[in-house]
Write a new protein. Structure first.
Ligand code: SF4
Length: 703
């Protein structure tokens, strides 16, 4: 209705979905968002993808939680998840805020006082603001008393961050995405930006038009591969073989940057010795890329004036994810392709604030700004800042917490805006663990699959209903502004966290969100120079920004690396096979990921009219020849099973995957594919192996 589309208010904000961090304007009429436009932000220059442009009406969905809920005493924590409103009130009863908060905080405090501080854990959210992430981790560390706090970074780039911190002393990107326009050569490996970082993909395509040569390396042929100068379709799980073979070529052909290695790095001799055993001839049959192509791409990357690497979950979500990232770091260091515009390392961050939430300390081994909890100086600093003794033992990670619950080590949890019942590997096990908790508090905007297992549900605010800062994949800190009011009795998350803190014995009384940001910048040197006023004025400031007036540094490591010696470190890696290889019982491979139209576990985008209309049903992408071998047609229902569970969904013929590998998005609750995935962890990043497990497939089943 055109009349309805005339806004009575416009509010400048940022996109709530991916880490690109596009700036946008909400157009509001009568407290409803009617349409969204792109703004001239540093990351998007007015561009938006389909999610940013159309993915807003979830905020107005009739299934929004609007009243606090308490689980009925006789409602079992079992059975299938149901969104049927009649079923919901069979399981939960409505409560006042006072009653719900007393029940939520009281039960967690009792568990802490009876079973000790490490009997509790909290999951924060990469969808929340920096200030929410900061207060949430502070609540766990000071109110619960342990470091058992984590969030979905553990499921996406934890291994990349582990390798980056170890190798170059910083877990964030070295150069912004936009630097692809300054690069001669860009390698995109294990990432599908057209789907997962769509506006970033447009900058890559613009760069190609201006002469940049793109190399795409991925077992799945992404859309971007069609624009690539070279596409390397390596076999799933063989990243280290391919990357070590490239490094072997660079060493063998004398293409290393000797000056850079001598002046800026340590550990090169061990790396050189290690890659000596990985000749392209030996690795070609393993990774499935011919030796000449490996050599060609290695030369191209090493000899260009500026080469840049971007990567995604295809690199990180393996039990050897840290090794994969170590190889990418070594590639950049040995060729000196870092520390200048158009070069560097860019792990494409997934959620809109996964960078900021990690920076703010929403991880179990680090205080804000990656200051280790077991470092005595850091511990003393935060004990002084927060005015109480803190736990110096690193806490448990996401998957470790799910395994600690059945052992009785974790008895109560507070989950804000995450949905582990859908997003965790081996989701049947994760759901059983959540159901086994003595007390589970969930703070969310919808009755998610996780909230369905809660004892108390606290109705929270959606992204456009609150103000806060968000840090994108480029280290840009930007403001998301409140555009509409929360529905019913739903409250802003900062208020809810503070109410919970008070029930746990903390005397918190923050007013405006800027008061939280001010506290953060006092103890986080990386953002010390960013004031709230400046954010309001400039909309976006890049960190590191250590003093007021500092313009911020989009390109880092220009002179030295933030390690003790100032030098980066090479860490060699050898081939480690996937935890669960195909065999005669489970002969195929499952790869999980996202779709363009849907976001993560689907709680927002599946309640967005346009996006859900484009992709309404759970689908599996199957190679046409594999589908034909099953006797199936596109659109048929297939059942996929692993050793941990099975799901039925529709088959879509798709020749972008290699034969024998099936790709399934993890956003469909009717076919929750994480029931099948493997919870085996990378030993360094503690990230699960979402990108590889053994499955079998049969025609038929019921969706
Ligand atoms: Fe939002 Fe990412 Fe799309 Fe930009 S590219 S509009 S940040 S989902």
């Amino acid at each position: 209705d055109a009349a309805l589309a005339v806004p009575d208010k416009q509010v400048d904000s940022v996109c709530p979905y991916c880490g690109v961090g596009c700036q946008l304007t909400y157009n509001i009429r009568d407290n409803k968002i009617v349409f969204v436009e792109g703004r001239d932000g540093p990351a998007n220059r007015e561009r938006l993808c389909v999610k940013g442009r159309y993915g807003f009406d979830y905020a107005h969905h009739p299934q929004r939680l609007t009243v606090p809920l308490i689980r009925r005493l006789d409602a079992p924590k079992s059975g299938e998840f149901s969104m049927d409103p009649a079923r919901v009130l069979d399981v939960f009863r409505e409560a006042t805020w006072e009653e719900a908060l007393d029940a939520a905080g009281g039960a967690l405090a009792r568990i802490r006082d009876t079973h000790g501080k490490r009997a509790l854990a909290g999951f924060g959210s990469a969808k929340g603001s920096n200030e929410e992430a900061y207060l949430f981790q502070k609540l766990v560390r000071t109110g619960f008393g342990s470091n058992n706090v984590d969030h979905c970074t553990r499921l996406c780039h934890a291994s990349s961050v582990a390798a980056l911190l170890e190798g170059i002393g910083s877990g964030a990107v070295s150069n912004p995405v936009m630097d692809v326009t300054l690069a001669e050569v860009v390698i995109v490996i294990g990432a599908n930006p057209t789907v997962n970082h769509p506006v970033a993909a447009t900058w890559i395509k613009n760069a190609i038009r201006n002469g940049t040569r793109l190399v795409v390396c991925d077992p799945r042929r992404s859309d971007l591969a069609r624009s690539a100068h070279r596409y390397l379709q390596f076999k799933p799980d063989t990243d280290v073989a391919l990357l070590n073979a490239m490094m072997h070529t660079i060493v063998a052909e004398g293409l290393v940057d000797k000056d850079f290695i001598a002046s800026r790095t340590i550990g090169y001799a061990e790396l050189e010795q290690n890659v000596a055993g990985y000749s392209p001839e030996l690795m070609a049959p393993i990774c499935g890329v011919d030796a000449d192509t490996i050599r060609y791409v290695a030369r191209l990357y090493a000899t260009s004036k500026a080469s840049m690497i971007l990567w995604g979950m295809g690199i990180s979500q393996h039990i050897h994810g840290t090794d994969n990232a170590r190889c990418l770091i070594a590639l950049a260091l040995m060729t000196g392709q870092i520390g200048r515009p158009g070069t560097g390392l860019h792990p494409l961050r997934g959620q809109n604030n996964v960078q900021g939430a990690s920076d703010a300390g929403l991880i179990p081994m680090m205080f804000p700004d990656y200051q280790r909890v077991d470092n005595p100086q850091a511990l003393a600093k935060f004990e002084q800042a927060w005015g109480m003794p803190l736990d110096s033992t690193p806490g448990l990670t996401v998957v470790e917490i799910m395994h600690a619950i059945p052992r009785g080590e974790i008895r109560g949890m507070y989950i804000m805006g995450e949905n582990p019942a859908m997003s965790d590997p081996d989701a049947n096990h994760a759901r059983a663990s959540l159901a086994a908790l003595e007390h589970l508090v969930v703070q969310d905007i919808f009755l998610t699959e996780t909230a369905y297992l809660a004892d108390v549900i606290l109705p929270a605010s959606a992204f456009p209903e609150k103000t806060g800062s968000f840090t994108n994949t480029d280290r840009l800190v930007q403001i998301g502004r409140q555009a509409i009011d929360p529905p019913g009795q739903a409250r802003q998350d900062l208020w809810i966290i503070q109410q919970m803190a008070q029930r746990l014995g903390l005397d918190w009384n923050y007013g405006h969100v800027s008061e939280v940001f001010d506290e953060m910048r006092r103890i986080m040197p990386s953002i010390g120079g960013i004031t709230w006023d400046r954010l309001e004025r400039e909309h976006a400031v890049t960190y590191p920004c250590t003093t007021e007036g500092d313009p911020g540094q989009p390109v880092v490591f220009t002179e030295q690396f933030p390690r003790e010696s100032g030098r980066a470190r090479f860490v060699p890696a050898d081939i480690i096979p996937a935890d669960e290889r195909p065999d005669s019982a489970y002969p195929m491979v499952l790869i999980t990921g996202r779709q363009l139209e849907h976001w993560h576990t689907g709680s927002m985008t599946r309640r967005t009219a346009v996006l859900d209309a484009i992709e309404p049903d759970p689908v599996a992408l199957v190679h046409p020849l594999d589908l034909a071998a099953l006797g199936g047609q596109p659109g048929d229902v297939i059942t996929i099973a692993s050793r941990r569970g099975e799901v039925a969904l529709y088959a879509r013929a798709d020749d972008s995957s290699p034969r024998g590998a099936i790709f399934v998005p993890f956003c469909y609750y009717e076919a929750a594919i994480n029931r099948l995935t493997n919870a085996a962890l990378d030993p360094f990043g503690k990230i699960p192996e979402f990108k590889y497990c053994a499955i079998r497939v049969a025609l038929g089943g019921a969706v």
